[in-house]
Design a binder for this molecule. Structure first.
Ligand SMILES: Nc1ncnc2c1ncn2[C@@H]1O[C@H](COP(=O)(O)OP(=O)(O)OP(=O)(O)O)[C@@H](O)[C@H]1O
Ligand SMILES: [Mg+2]
Length: 178
């Protein structure tokens, strides 16, 4: 079973491919064991036709346009748990992908390595700003690369190996606390 963080990697790649300069990745776990994942970007967005094609798995299989598997597989992973994926997109403004997973469902994939995934995304697109947050009923944390840039100063790029190590360690610590 694929880990949810690998799906996140896929969906955030769509945002970076769409020319986003800022991507928000928000995980919220509720008392009722649902996990809501919001991935919001300020990339080029989609035309209404493209949005319809990407949103409807039955349309996409019949279209001649090349449409990939990232979103359909993400949708499958969410729907297998009794959840859903919804897309909102405006051309020239951005795209928001909201997924709901039922964590207590037998077919829910494990979250996987969230710290490693976030570190990989930052290292892979050091010019893009990310805002990661994870909230559970026990606590929450935020990692904002805009704040990191201010702390690190202009000499340290976000793809420096020591930044990768710091992000991984920091997020692992934060994950352990919530
Ligand atoms: N955040 C986004 N912003 C703009 N367009 C998007 C976004 N996410 C998806 N799309 C559009 O929807 C299409 C389908 O996305 P999907 O992730 O399902 O497949 P893919 O990225 O084309 O291929 P794959 O993910 O399999 O490598 C993309 O090719 C892109 O045109
Ligand atoms: Mg994709």
């Amino acid at each position: 079973m694929k880990e949810l963080s690998l799906h996140l990697l896929d969906i955030v790649k769509n945002s970076t491919a769409a020319g986003a300069s800022l991507v928000r990745v928000e995980l919220t776990e509720a008392e009722d064991h649902t996990l809501t994942v919001v991935i919001a970007d300020n990339g080029r967005g989609m035309s209404p036709e493209m949005l319809a094609a990407v949103s409807d798995p039955f349309t996409t299989t019949r279209t001649t346009r090349k449409v990939g598997l990232g979103i359909p597989l993400y949708r499958l992973a969410a729907e297998q748990t009794g959840g859903s994926v919804t897309l909102e997109s405006t051309e020239g403004v951005g795209t928001t992908v909201t997924a709901v997973f039922h964590l207590d469902h037998l077919d829910c994939a494990p979250l996987g390595d969230l710290p490693g995934t976030a570190a990989l995304l930052i290292q892979g697109s050091p010019q893009i700003d990310f805002r990661f947050s994870h909230a559970t009923p026990r606590g929450s944390y935020v990692l904002d690369t805009q704040e990191m840039r201010e702390m690190l100063g202009p000499e340290v790029p976000l793809d420096a190996p020591e930044v990768f190590a710091w992000v991984t360690e920091y997020l692992a610590e934060q994950e352990a606390g919530i």
